[in-house]
Ligand binder design. Structure first.
Ligand code: FES
Length: 184
């Protein structure tokens, strides 16, 4: 085994220059192998990321990003039977993500490509939908938000946070990520 010596102490160094170059080359090959031989789970995660941000991308036509929206009983919601039960301007609460999501119903009726997380941006209290006032209200300090979650009154300074909503294969899919651009 080849080894270098330390001129200060005359002790052999643990690695020669050749060993060092081998280690660097090995590391590079390891990195290349990691990129090209990634586990399927990582590739699926990439597709989830891509389709969450760009659901209309051609690679995402058959891919179902996020999680399926569920009704209050925990049953999957079918878009074609759900839509006729909705009214434009009246948000619909659905399950699926860790906390409830309010779907925004547009004229048609149609599902908006975003949903509302009913969490007050002031101090994080759960806001309540007030159907008679057509708005969300925070019970903690009185902030108000319209049916699209836009801020009407403080102390909250921002509108309600959003998640991304995708319609695909008669399903409503919820993606726990705000749209790239706030559509409100
Ligand atoms: S937490 Fe909602 S207004 Fe303060």
């Amino acid at each position: 085994m080849t080894s270098s010596s330390n001129p200060q102490s005359n002790q052999p160094l643990p690695y020669s220059r050749r060993h060092l170059l081998r280690a660097i080359a090995g590391g590079g090959l390891g990195t290349i192998a990691m990129v090209f031989l990634r586990p399927a789970a990582a590739a699926g995660q990439d597709l989830e990321e891509l389709c969450s941000m760009f659901p209309q991308n051609s690679r995402c036509l058959d891919y179902l990003p996020g999680v399926q929206a569920l009704d209050a009983e925990g049953d999957a919601i079918a878009l074609d039977t759900f839509l006729p039960t909705t009214s434009p301007g009246v948000p619909q609460p659905v399950q699926g993500l860790p906390s409830v999501t309010y779907l925004v119903i547009e004229s048609g009726p149609a599902i908006a490509p975003y949903g509302i997380r009913p969490v007050c941006p002031h101090r994080g209290c759960a806001v309540i939908w007030q159907a008679d006032q057509n708005r969300f209200a925070c019970p903690c300090h009185g902030s108000k938000f319209d049916a699209q979650g836009r801020r009407l009154r403080g102390p909250a300074r921002q509108s309600l946070p959003l998640v991304t909503v995708v319609e695909r294969q008669n399903q409503i899919r919820l993606i726990d990520r705000a749209p790239a651009i706030d559509p409100r």
